[in-house]
Design a protein around this ligand. Structure first.
Ligand code: 8OZ
Length: 362
């Protein structure tokens, strides 16, 4: 029987076990450049089968929160190198999440105070974190169709930067109501033309991005993350038919030979069966996808063991438990107690609540 602790080959990447560290925004970059502390943090967590480094903007216009890292400039590539070296030196594997926030941003974070860009010019009913603290997001500008090839090119260039920085691959962030999901959902995308209307049209940008990234670095080094039932407190209402939209996306991704598909089950960081959300058949999507299937969203140790043993997933991603337990793999294996999370240290700040969580003693 296969267990959570068994190795797995996903595309071109060989993992020592089936436990992934989920991508986690920690806001500890400086001017979009990774800091040395981040190498220590990721290096400490290298016994994960796969680390998915935090969401990182693919261009200056892709940023939506203060002090998140970028993956588009030579300076950023050089500053990520100690991170990937630290993880590889400890025998781990690490990919980076490619991120464009779309309308979840504020002009003060963007070049020359620009308006955020999206599929729509409707403002999201939510806030973001800037130098002035939490503020309502700015009204976006709907991208013109003729701007979308440039956007796809930005993803491609960021993927190239990731490989240059020593990452084993990338995860395309198509979840959590950011840009690619702002195109996917009919609750947000009100466009006409080739990128609006039908499901195929709304999925077009995501599929073009995945195609471009796969061409650039290899499909076997490319993963995709989806969140069919996430609303973030209603700021991004669900699609009118999530099963059809995400079913179509998975069907289109299936033949590409991707490293993995990463499914957030339920409301991100919330219930796995959100109240009021339609029933969603994740298993049907999994059956349609021949590659590695990664699941995430508040799974316990028992849930993770069961998911792999029963075959409902190939890989289980843990988020918050990896923040407070750098040696989470060992703790899961030994059924050891977990350190408590210091929730006040999640976003921004220094080493406290970041690199100072204790390892188990021998
Ligand atoms: C928490 C805070 C800011 C951003 C996501 C990248 O939800 C994020 C994020 C999470 O995917």
């Amino acid at each position: 029987m296969t267990t959570l602790f068994d190795p797995i080959q996903i595309g071109d990447i060989a993992l020592a076990n089936r436990i992934a560290m989920a991508p986690l925004t920690r806001n500890r970059a400086t001017n979009s450049v990774p800091t040395p502390m981040m190498a220590e943090y990721y290096g400490q967590r290298a016994t994960a089968g796969l680390i998915i480094a935090e969401a990182s903007q693919i261009s200056p216009m892709a940023q939506g929160y203060l002090d998140t890292p970028g993956i588009y400039s030579p300076e950023q590539v050089a500053a990520w190198r100690p991170v990937t070296d630290a993880v590889h030196a400890a025998g781990g594997r690490i990919v980076i999440q490619l991120w464009h926030v779309g309308r979840i941003s504020h002009s003060s974070l963007l070049p020359e105070g620009a308006a955020p860009v999206s599929s729509t010019n409707q403002v999201a009913n939510t806030q973001t974190y800037t130098r002035d603290g939490f503020v309502p997001v700015s009204a976006p500008r709907a991208l013109r169709d003729d701007e979308l090839p440039g956007l796809v090119a930005d993803y491609r260039q960021a993927a190239r930067c990731a490989i240059e920085a020593g990452f084993d691959g990338v995860e395309v962030h198509a979840a959590n109501t950011y840009l690619l999901e702002q195109f996917l959902r009919d609750s947000i995308n009100e466009r006409s033309g080739p990128y609006g209307g039908s499901i195929a049209n709304r999925a077009r940008l995501l599929l073009e991005v995945v195609q471009a990234v796969s061409e650039e670095i290899g499909a076997g080094r490319t993963g995709v993350r989806l969140s069919p039932l996430t609303t973030f407190g209603g700021s991004a209402p669900l699609d009118s038919n999530p099963q059809a939209v995400y079913g179509y996306v998975v069907e289109q991704l299936a033949p590409l030979g991707l490293a993995y598909l990463h499914m957030i089950e339920g409301e991100t960081g919330g219930p796995r069966k959100p109240e009021g959300a339609p029933a969603f058949d994740y298993a049907a999507l999994r059956r349609a996808f021949p590659g590695a299937w990664m699941v995430n969203n508040g799974l316990s140790r028992a849930d993770g063991l069961d998911a792999v043993a029963s075959g409902t997933a190939d890989i289980v991603a843990y988020g918050r438990p990896f923040i407070s337990n750098p040696d989470l793999v060992r703790r899961l294996k030994e059924d050891a107690p977990l350190n408590a999370l210091r929730a006040d240290k999640l976003y921004g700040g220094g080493a406290e609540g970041y690199t100072d969580y204790p390892f188990l003693k021998d």
